[in-house]
Design a binder for this molecule. Structure first.
Ligand SMILES: *[C@@H]1O[C@H](CO)[C@@H](O)[C@H](O)[C@H]1NC(C)=O
Ligand SMILES: *[C@@H]1O[C@H](CO)[C@@H](O)[C@H](O)[C@H]1NC(C)=O
Ligand SMILES: *[C@@H]1O[C@H](CO)[C@@H](O)[C@H](O)[C@H]1NC(C)=O
Ligand SMILES: *[C@@H]1O[C@H](CO)[C@@H](O)[C@H](O)[C@H]1NC(C)=O
Ligand SMILES: *[C@@H]1O[C@H](CO)[C@@H](O)[C@H](O)[C@H]1NC(C)=O
Ligand SMILES: *[C@@H]1O[C@H](CO)[C@@H](O)[C@H](O)[C@H]1NC(C)=O
Length: 355
């Protein structure tokens, strides 16, 4: 362990060089529930959606987010939703008014806390088993979906557009980049020019596979309509369990050598940035230690890594294996072990909201 710490510090020092330390810009928590019932094949049984809003029947997402901002210093929340939820089970880009209004209650709740709020379409690059632009909904449909969402939120600078959660097993990654480009163009053409758009690669947006899978090269060609790459940020996930699945309580790695070092190097060489929109571990000491190391390294590379968003709170039960759902005891909110000991900006003091 002491040896590992030394190499961590050496890598961090090499990355930072003589520059002044800058904290991470963003840190937050996923607030799922509108995505419940969605599978990795892009099907969503929307009767299983469990909106994390007390007025819609599930968790007190507003209370959670207020607590996370006030007591922990978080400044971003990711708000997953199924495509089918928003269109009421139609394979279209046209939003169902009632359904979109329900989801927007969560976006608005998030915005009232003062945080950034990521709209995350949680469909694995698919609709009902079929891949966008490669047998499933065509790029025009995907672009229309995002155009409609962005048209509603175009004046809100604190909304982040997360184009798609965890694409995987994409037959042609170049064609996928074309689908991503179609959505980016559609968003910008609404006038939503100032917001961050997150670009997702293959392999469940694995930070480790980002370059080797070819995702980096093709996503690097996606541009705003004016030819710039301003606020086009790479979307990456990484868990700390042995198979990077986020389904085991124990953590076995800080991911620095396998993922964050090579990713940071690529980002810097290519003038790009990334946001780690899913990470986390069980409420065990191994995760507290490794998460702290991972966040420390991300902060040492804050010129290219914007921050991290833990998975997850919202409507997930407090005994879910990777739960970051705080417990309301009647007078206050108690955080889970990984949040209170590693992820909370108030604890690690590595995020701009608290330093
Ligand atoms: C959708 O979920 C509901 C509630 O769990 C279940 O009763 C129903 O059978 C499911 N529908 C399909 C098509 O799986
Ligand atoms: C929109 O969704 C609601 C359920 O929230 C449903 O009752 C209504 O029929 C849908 N409207 C259309 C036009 O599909
Ligand atoms: C956005 O702002 C523009 C200019 O202030 C205004 O004309 C438009 O109505 C606004 N749109 C929305 C959806 O709020
Ligand atoms: C990425 O996923 C593809 C399947 O789409 C697979 O063939 C490839 O081995 C994966 N790459 C890595 C580095 O995991
Ligand atoms: C409830 O939670 C708050 C915040 O963590 C804590 O200060 C307080 O002691 C707890 N009260 C009880 C009765 O557990
Ligand atoms: C809340 O946290 C406080 C302080 O750590 C602890 O004393 C209390 O038992 C916790 N309550 C619950 C219900 O988790």
């Amino acid at each position: 362990m002491p040896f590992e710490w030394l190499s961590v510090l050496a890598l961090a020092a090499a990355a930072v060089g003589a520059q002044t330390f800058q904290p991470l810009r963003l840190a937050g928590v996923n607030i799922p529930g509108f995505d419940f019932g969605c599978g990795t094949d892009g099907t969503c049984n929307i009767t299983q959606a469990c909106p994390p809003l007390t007025q819609l029947g599930c968790a007190d997402g507003l209370g959670q987010m207020q607590h996370f901002v006030k007591d922990d210093g978080y400044n971003v929340f990711r708000l997953p939703v199924g495509w089918q939820y928003l269109t009421y089970n139609r394979m279209t880009g046209a939003l169902n008014e009632t359904q979109f209004a329900n989801y927007n209650m969560l976006v608005n709740a998030c915005l009232t806390t003062g945080a950034y709020c990521e709209i995350d379409i949680h469909n694995y690059a698919r609709y009902d088993g079929q891949i966008i632009g490669q047998g499933g909904p065509n790029n025009e449909i995907f672009a229309e979906l995002w155009s409609n969402i962005a048209n509603y939120w175009k004046n809100e600078s604190r909304v982040i557009f997360g184009l798609m959660n965890e694409p995987h097993d994409i037959p042609d990654i170049s064609i996928w980049a074309g689908s991503v480009q179609a959505a980016v163009t559609a968003i910008r053409l609404t006038g939503a020019n100032s917001q961050i758009i997150l670009l997702p690669g293959n392999n469940y947006t694995s930070a480790e596979a980002f370059t080797s899978s070819g995702s980096a090269d093709v996503l690097n060609k996606v541009k705003n309509p004016d030819g710039t790459i301003t606020n086009l940020v790479m979307d990456v996930h990484k868990y700390l369990d042995y198979d990077n699945s986020g389904t085991h309580a124990a953590c076995v790695t800080n991911n620095i050598e396998s993922s964050w070092y090579p990713l940071s190097t690529w980002l810097r060489e290519n003038g790009r940035q990334a946001l780690n929109t899913e990470t986390g571990g069980g409420d065990v000491d191994s995760c507290v230690g490794y998460l702290a190391q991972q966040i420390g390294y991300q902060a040492a590379n804050s010129d290219v890594i914007l921050g991290y968003i833990g998975w997850a709170a919202g409507s997930l039960a407090t005994d879910y294996i990777l739960s970051e759902t705080p417990y309301y005891n009647g007078t206050g909110w108690n955080d889970t072990l990984t949040v209170s000991m590693a992820l909370s900006p108030m604890t690690n003091m590595l995020v701009c909201s608290v330093v």
